[in-house]
Design a protein around this ligand. Structure first.
Ligand code: PLP
Length: 273
């Protein structure tokens, strides 16, 4: 296994970042998770664009896309695998112990781990904690992810693979690492980015490819939606067969099954849509 740190490939056992790295001390960093199939990253241009938007939202300088692409290529070539979770992490770098940022410039880490294809359907729970759609980090893929760690652990305790959040005004928002879609009267809806959710790349592709609508939805829509599905880089489109106590019919309802088919076809034809 080889990883990329700052300007080159390294052995992960000897690669070193400062114990004062602001990503470590205060969660001052941004990241991307990219799907890599047979060493080919999917939708890398969109991921790099979002990495830049996230970095700018934190006041970090935009990452050098050519360098990050080189890092991704090198890491994928050094670690061949059929299905990989390619992780790009970009932090505020060496800094003081408080929230002020240091002068040393950002840290870049690119690493990959093998993963297996997700099941076609899954169970979700809702959690009592909220996404803050008015917070400074709303919609930013920052490394301050401990709220997601807590919520995902709660989901696992309940036999679910994802926890869904509402926002501060009780609207459906997103999961810890996924966006959520519901089917109402045959139409597909997903919360707008203004709900505080991440502008998911899979979400954007599903909206583009299926005509799904962005709609404010109350959290309890999960109790009456005909179908529910999740989207994310590693889930693609994944049906929900249970939401809290409610069992949804079948593994994937007809509209979800069609969305899954469309996503598989379109993403199979274009590695960088
Ligand atoms: N929402 C959150 C909070 C996420 O971390 C993710 C990331 O994977 C998503 C949604 C889904 O986004 P994408 O489809 O770009 O993976």
């Amino acid at each position: 296994m080889r990883i990329w740190l700052d300007d080159g490939l390294r052995d992960p056992d000897s690669a070193r970042i400062s114990v004062f790295d602001h990503g470590l001390t205060v969660g001052d960093g941004v990241f991307e998770t990219v799907k890599a199939v047979d060493g080919e990253p999917f939708a890398l241009t969109r991921h790099l664009d979002r990495l830049t938007r996230s970095a700018h939202a934190l006041g970090l300088p935009g990452p050098d896309h050519d360098q990050v692409r080189r890092a991704c290529t090198a890491v994928l070539e050094a670690n061949p695998m059929p299905l990989g979770r390619l992780r790009i992490t970009y932090t505020g770098g060496h800094g003081p112990l408080g929230s002020d940022r240091g002068e040393h410039g950002p840290t870049l880490v690119v690493a990959v781990a093998g993963t297996t294809r997700r099941p076609d359907s899954t169970a979700v729970i809702t959690v009592p904690w909220t996404r803050n759609e008015r917070g400074a980090l709303a919609g930013v893929k920052s490394t301050s992810y401990a709220e997601n760690v807590v919520a995902l652990a709660r989901a696992h305790q309940h036999g679910a693979s994802e926890a869904l959040f509402g926002n501060t005004v009780g609207q459906l928002c997103e999961g810890t690492g996924s966006n959520v879609f519901v089917v109402l009267d045959g139409e597909i809806h997903t919360p707008p980015v203004a709900s505080g959710c991440l502008a998911g790349i899979t979400r954007a592709l599903v909206i583009e490819w299926t005509g799904a609508k962005e709609t404010d939805l109350p959290l309890d829509v999960l109790r009456r939606a005909d179908e529910v599905f999740l989207t994310s880089t590693l889930r693609d489109v994944q049906a929900v067969h249970q939401a809290d106590e409610r069992e949804l019919p079948g593994t994937a309802g007809p509209v979800t099954a069609k969305a899954m088919r469309i996503f598989a076809e379109r993403s199979g034809h274009d590695q960088d849509p």
